[in-house]
Design a protein around this ligand. Structure first.
Ligand SMILES: Nc1nc2c(ncn2[C@@H]2O[C@H](COP(=O)(O)OP(=O)(O)OP(=O)(O)O)[C@@H](O)[C@H]2O)c(=O)[nH]1
Ligand SMILES: [Mg+2]
Length: 200
């Protein structure tokens, strides 16, 4: 399998409306998950570019669909987080609609990296994401993020519990521990991206 050069990534564009989406060709992988789960931080550590995606202690930092381009045919996508209570209703509704359209219609979307804080595994909205992806037969790779907050035994326990919990959803779900802070699991997630981004 070819290994992609993630540090050659470049910001492509930010999208707030369906009409602004870049052409639906080639392959892309979206980073999804609850607000504050560590999506933007994961993108930065995978690419090795610190300021690529904006991160924040405050939930709700990423407010647009941000597209990053590896080459003319391959993209990584940073999505706004879900489950952030303080977002006004009208904005929440707008995002739900846009993200639902994106997830159901996007042909170039080859897989989803679902980020879940290892201390708060699989909340209701995460499970909704698993259910929805089953209907499109879209693979999901779960990163149990902030693994640096737990010791080895607790990481292993959550990993096994999460693997068991996702089994009933569909067979295309994989799980790994991850930390942007100490680089746990960095090679494993890159391998998954390499695999998905070959599907053109
Ligand atoms: N300990 C630890 N903290 C992390 C890790 N990754 C991210 N964080 C922290 O978690 C907070 C949220 O990180 P972001 O990457 O901005 O999260 P996000 O999922 O993009 O958040 P939204 O854009 O609001 O949806 C920040 O304070 C990060 O420093 C990690 O691996 N370990
Ligand atoms: Mg973000």
């Amino acid at each position: 399998m070819n290994t992609l050069n993630y540090n050659r990534i470049q910001f492509l564009l930010s999208v707030n409306h369906r009409a602004q989406l870049p052409p639906d060709n080639g392959a892309e992988v979206a980073f999804s998950g609850r607000s504050n789960a560590g999506k933007s931080s994961a993108l930065n550590s995978i690419t090795g570019i610190k300021g690529l995606a904006r991160t924040s202690k405050t939930p709700g930092r990423t407010q647009l669909i941000n597209f990053f381009e590896l080459d003319s045919q391959r993209r990584l996508v940073d999505l706004p987080g879900y489950g952030y209570a303080k977002v006004p209703e009208a904005i929440k509704h707008h995002w739900e609609k846009l993200l639902t359209q994106y997830f159901t219609e996007r042909q170039s979307l080859k897989g989803i990296i679902l980020l879940v804080d290892i201390r708060h595994p699989l909340k209701a909205l995460d499970q909704q994401m698993l259910e929805w992806s089953a209907s499109r037969h879209l693979p999901i790779h779960i990163l149990l993020t902030k693994a640096d907050k737990l010791n080895y035994g607790a990481i292993k326990k959550t990993l096994l519990e999460t693997e068991a919990a996702v089994k009933p959803f569909h067979p295309w779900i994989t799980v790994q521990p991850f930390s942007s802070f100490n680089k746990t699991g960095l090679d494993e997630v890159k391998q998954k991206l390499n695999e998905w981004l070959q599907i053109i």
